[in-house]
Design a protein around this ligand. Sequence first.
Ligand SMILES: C[S@@+](CC[C@H](N)C(=O)[O-])C[C@H]1O[C@@H](n2cnc3c(N)ncnc32)[C@H](O)[C@@H]1O
Length: 295
Amino acid sequence: MSVAVKPAVRSGLGETIVPGEFSLSRDDFRRISQMIYADAGIHLTEGKAALVYSRLAKRLRALRMQAFRDYCDLVASPDGAKERQEMLTSLTTNVTKFFREPHHFEHLKAQVLTPLARQSGPKRLRLWSAACSTGQEPYSIAMTLLSLWPDAVNQDVKILATDIDRNVLSLAEAGVYAESLLDEVSADQRKRFFEPAGAQGLRVNAALRRLVTFRPLNLVENWPMKGPFQAIFCRNVVIYFDEPTQQGIWEKFAPRLAPEGALYIGHSERVTGPATSALRSDGISTYRPAGAGKR
Ligand SMILES: C[S@@+](CC[C@H](N)C(=O)[O-])C[C@H]1O[C@@H](n2cnc3c(N)ncnc32)[C@H](O)[C@@H]1O
């Protein structure tokens, strides 16, 4: 009697893990998760298979493809470079809002900007929103800064805003937001920092625009910027990375912080690994260079 050879079942790789219009096999999922890890450091466990399916099913429909295997073949090939970007955009989570975790902006104002504003002489200020999504975070930083220091636009002050996803960066640069997204922006701030953009909502004004520079940057690749930064916001992004990747990123932030600077991270994130000797906790999801504030 011959023995039936079922390589797919034996390894489990051909097994469908999300059934449906296209059906996603374990092998398809493994290929997608390897590519997204290589490209962006994003760590997808099999528990995220249904999410991957639902986000990428739209791409398969748009491309009139019948199977995830064909999609994987495309994005793995040199011809699929553009679609690989689309895959990244589909799989990243871009949720953000103005003044998210307001205690960070209060800390920035009271502990970082106010002491700097009191110093005499010309000021050089560099602030960084390191996964800025559609721009609400860097514009919230800019509003905090201008509320305290209206003349900042005429000084050596720059807010760098970076993200891996060029689609969110172009929305951020346009700076147009539906009124429903402006709940956390006070009436006074709306009046001062926004202008009408017709049916689309409100557009950030020239002062905010002048302060913020948007650039693409992949946090798991080399960073050209050296700092020092008086504040780095890296919030709600490393949560998608594995522990070694997170630790590598904390280690790269530490030397880029000014001695009086602060690092703000997401509420469910934590600095771990070698960087803990260079950074000390200074309140909820806030870190400062070890030694800062002890003068
Ligand atoms: C949930 S949003 C966070 C936005 C904002 N920091 C906040 O807390 O509201 C996560 C952002 O991280 C970006 N991202 C994911 N992987 C990245 C990487 N490897 N390098 C840079 N940005 C990345 C995504 O494109 C997305 O815009």
